[in-house]
Design a protein around this ligand. Sequence first.
Ligand code: MG
Length: 224
Amino acid sequence: MLPSLVAFDLDDTLYKERDFLRSGHRVLARTLADATGANAEELFTLISDNHPRGIEAALAMLAAKGLDIPFTVDALVEIYRNHTPDIQLSDGAEALLTRLKGAGHRLALITDGSPRHQRGKIAALGLDRFFDPDTIFISGETGGDKHTPLPFRLAEERFGASVSRMYYVGDNLAKDFVHPNLRGWTSVMLLDTAGVNVFPQHIGAWPAVHRPRVIVSGFDCLWP
Ligand SMILES: [Mg+2]
């Protein structure tokens, strides 16, 4: 029997995006604390609570204290963008990827974002153990995000007749399931049981074509 293609989303599927944001906020807080002598914890809380205007909030607080700030907003944004993220795979993700690979299934990663950002996350999570370079589709490199059929079509072209079924595992009702559904893939939504995803999963608010065919509460439910 032919293997299946199991393609994964990255953000809020294989790891929690909240952890990526926090990791960046921590680097900013430490940078500003080291430069000004202000309290790093206080800065971290301020930056996190005011996301996505955290940098402005931190600079306003430091200015109000009369502290000299040797950074522009742009310089801080660059530090945030270039930091090596401190993130971990979601519970059960490593075991599932290992299981699928061991069973001979084909794996792909389909993710939206800038190559620099997404490749930094892929490296930090060690995902190159599971995904070959030609099975990673990043919208900033392919030229089409998941609101379009492009990344799914590219995956079909890559794996062609070598697989019998195609699955897409994601979290985002706006764009993760509609094109897989229209192309006959099996769409799978990982439920945000902790309620921390950047995009809340209000499934009832979406038309049927946007909804996943399968909903699971954890990776241990998949291909057990
Ligand atoms: Mg996602």
